[in-house]
Design a binder for this molecule. Structure first.
Ligand code: SF4
Length: 369
């Protein structure tokens, strides 16, 4: 029974093999304020990682915005069923991809990040061509592609098993998955923020287990700040932690703050605006405390929470800024048209007394800025 009100006591637990329960995590949130939780998380970051903050030089390609899922939390998609009747939707051709890669080259990216909507009109060969084109024109960049629900959707709609689909994509050049689409695993919350075309939380975890068992790694994510409560956030983190202990394969955990502007959930009146910066900071700190012993990289997505809060989160559990995310369109669809540069992210890290480091997709250090 946890009955201590000292953060030292929690630190001792966190750095050992203790696996926090839901009850303990809720008790911690009730006991400590945001500053205390962040201080505890920062000391754990020092213990697990040291004083370094990493990021990748990343270029994003969103190959299509047609989507069969129509999730209420998304402002990016155009319903797949109106393809041909609207000029808002797009699918990138091989020539378009080559043009994107020419632009990407200017950034000298360590990784190309590719995601899109659930487009039922694209054959599996489309993705193979997309990946082999990236491999051919950008051999020096790692290709990280597709969310787990996207891979599942492509497998289902093209009549391939998940394994066959991943094998084909890997042969074509996909080296890691993006970890997106996890949203919140809780079924009741998931029903409100997604639609049945997006797989359940259980299926997401099962698919991740299969993909990782094949030796393909990727990130893990969570979308928060909509209708969820703290118990749903904690449940999500504990399930990811437990899967990582069973079948390792998560490179990082990236909490994604829900950006409500232009989304159906906001238009339906189910949310009134973005969650507080205090919640952003607590989510990062909690992730470090509950999961950081298993998934050591806790990433702070500056595009979603803004650069100022991101800087604070790096002093309270975060050790990574994800990437430069050039050409990002998904958060851009919610009017978060954030831009940055290697120099700006490095300066943000230096300002808080930490050391900026360039990493690859697999979190290997590739030099210092
Ligand atoms: S979140 Fe993904 S799956 Fe859902 S509507 Fe948007 S693009 Fe489609």
């Amino acid at each position: 029974m946890i009955n201590s009100y000292s953060t030292d006591y929690w630190k001792a637990l966190s750095t050992g093999d203790h696996r926090f329960t839901m009850k303990e995590a809720m008790e911690m949130l009730d006991t400590f304020d945001v500053h205390e939780i962040m201080a505890l998380a920062d000391s754990l970051t020092d213990y697990e990682i040291g004083n370094r903050v990493t990021f990748a030089v990343s270029y994003n390609i969103n190959y299509s915005n047609y989507c069969a899922a129509s999730c209420p939390i998304c402002a990016f998609y155009v319903p797949a069923k109106i393809r041909g009747k609207t000029d808002r939707g797009y699918e990138l051709s091989v020539d378009d991809i080559k043009k994107e890669l020419q632009k990407a080259r200017m950034y000298n990216p360590t990784e190309i990040h590719i995601v899109g909507g659930f487009n039922p009109y694209l054959p599996i060969e489309y993705y193979e061509t997309l990946f082999s084109t990236v491999r051919k024109y950008m051999p020096e960049s790692t290709l990280k592609a597709l969310t787990i629900p996207e891979i599942d959707f492509i497998a289902r709609t093209t009549g391939n098993s998940l394994r066959e689909t991943v094998e084909r994509f890997h042969r074509a050049g996909m080296e890691a998955h993006t970890g997106g689409g996890a949203e919140i695993f809780d079924a009741e919350v998931r029903k409100i923020i997604t639609t049945p075309e997006k797989i359940s939380g259980e299926k997401w975890l099962e698919d991740a287990r299969i993909i990782h068992s094949m030796g393909i790694k990727g990130n893990s994510t969570m979308t928060y700040g909509h209708v969820e409560k703290w118990n749903h956030i904690i449940d999500h983190m504990l399930r990811l932690r437990d899967l990582e202990s069973e079948v390792p394969g998560f490179l990082s955990f990236i909490p994604l703050k829900y950006s409500p502007e232009n989304t159906p959930l906001m238009k339906m009146g189910k949310v009134s605006g973005p969650c507080s910066g205090e919640k952003d900071l607590k989510v990062i700190a909690l992730a470090r405390i509950l999961m950081g012993h298993q998934i050591k990289n806790i990433s702070v997505y500056w595009v979603a929470i803004g650069k100022g809060v991101a800087q604070m989160a790096l002093t309270g559990g975060g050790n990574d800024l994800v990437g430069t995310a050039a050409s990002e369109k998904i958060f851009g669809a919610t009017n978060r048209k954030e831009q940055t540069s290697v120099e700006e992210l490095s300066a943000m890290i230096n300002e808080i007394g930490k050391v900026p480091a360039k990493r690859d997709t697999f979190y290997n250090i590739r030099g210092y800025f």
